[in-house]
Design a protein around this ligand. Structure first.
Ligand SMILES: Cc1cc2nc3c(=O)[nH]c(=O)nc-3n(C[C@H](O)[C@H](O)[C@H](O)COP(=O)(O)O)c2cc1C
Length: 335
């Protein structure tokens, strides 16, 4: 069975990618993911908050402002080695990239514009095969216009693109007035891949304790429908590769994303639930499914159920909506 796949200009042995999660917090974790068979590993994100905290700590120890990361690295005191900041991240990236035979992709959380080019460059220097720009950002300021929010995503990509030569993937959320146009704009701005979608971790409220509870819940397979719909719509309409993330629980979830047109399929929750070795189960299941359906290579099935470029997308969406409602109405009609 030929599972080989191209993604971000990289040759992968298969389309299953371990997406950013705590499983890549250590070199050993990355090794386990690679040993389980994944085609590539995306490291957890380097977050702005970490950098701010670390900068504040270091500001007390060094002379002068740290204008860029390259300079800042030189300034870092030895104690920073023990901090969970950029130096540690870069060290992990360097060691992980050297110890596995699959591409290791770094992830950068580009929350505010400016100041990020240095970190992207440092990631490239540390051996990142590519960089995933994690645009996890909910615009809390209600006065911010949708156009400004979109522009921020494009600016962020442009800045990182200018700083490095390695391919850049943009991981974005689904909440835009026109997600399709956002994808097209990022494509035009040079995104080498679009990762659909970031999963927002909405806090809950504990009514007993009268408190806000920040919580991370793992995904369910039903959540894959939204990214899958967009992948089916964008396949063949963008130059960027399409990476699916959210809701892969069993091998058929991978198959469904590939049929919709995904170049690679990422997974985090399933590996957190069952352990990194579960990647092997997913891959064996994908091969078995392909064999049962008579496919010999993933390229044969990729995009088979995408929305072809000659389809009227609006009519397609409308028809899907209307027929789904008709079926539901018929099913629940006797209530
Ligand atoms: C505990 C946890 C930590 C995560 N950390 C990151 C992160 O650092 N950067 C990122 O881009 N996504 C992060 N994610 C999101 C995952 O990479 C993935 O996109 C999301 O969970 C949807 O995929 P899934 O349904 O396979 O879990 C995290 C998810 C979980 C559950």
């Amino acid at each position: 069975m030929d599972l080989s796949t191209r993604y971000l200009g990289l040759q992968l042995r298969n389309p299953l990618v371990a997406s950013a999660s705590p499983l890549s917090h250590t070199v050993d974790g990355v090794r386990r993911l690679a040993a389980a068979g994944v085609g590539a590993v995306v490291l957890f994100s380097l977050f702005e908050e970490q950098l701010r905290e670390e900068a504040a700590r270091n500001a007390q120890l060094v002379d002068g402002p740290a204008e860029s990361f390259a300079e800042a690295l030189g300034y870092f005191p030895a104690v920073a080695e023990e901090d969970p900041g950029p130096r540690r991240y870069l060290s992990l990236l360097e060691r992980a990239a050297a110890s596995v035979d699959v591409p290791v992709i770094a992830s950068l959380n580009c929350v505010t514009p400016g100041g990020w080019t240095g970190y992207a460059h440092a990631m490239q220097e540390a051996g990142a095969a590519a960089i995933e720009v994690n645009t996890y950002w909910l615009p809390g300021d209600a006065r911010l216009s949708g156009r400004d929010v979109e522009q921020r995503h494009v600016d962020c990509l442009r800045r990182v693109k200018e700083a490095v030569d390695v391919p850049i993937a943009v991981k974005l959320g689904p909440y835009f007035s026109s997600t399709g146009e956002m994808a097209l704009r990022l494509d035009e701005a040079g995104a080498d891949a679009l990762v659909l979608f970031n999963r927002f971790l909405q806090p809950d409220i504990d009514a007993e304790a009268l408190a806000i509870v920040p919580s991370v819940t793992l995904s369910s397979a039903a959540e894959a429908r939204l990214p899958r719909t967009w992948i089916a719509l964008l396949h063949g309409r963008v130059h960027a590769a399409l990476a699916a993330t959210t809701g892969v629980e069993d091998p058929t979830d991978i198959a469904k994303y590939l049929l919709a047109g995904a170049d690679v399929v990422m997974t985090a929750s399933a590996l957190l639930r069952h352990g990194p070795e579960y990647a092997g189960v997913l891959l064996d299941g994908l091969s078995a499914w392909m064999k049962a359906k008579g496919f010999q290579a993933v390229d044969e099935l990729r995009g088979m159920l995408s929305v072809t470029p000659d389809t009227d997308e609006v009519a397609y969406e409308r028809a899907g909506y209307v027929s789904a409602l008709r079926a539901a109405n018929a099913g629940y009609g006797s209530w």
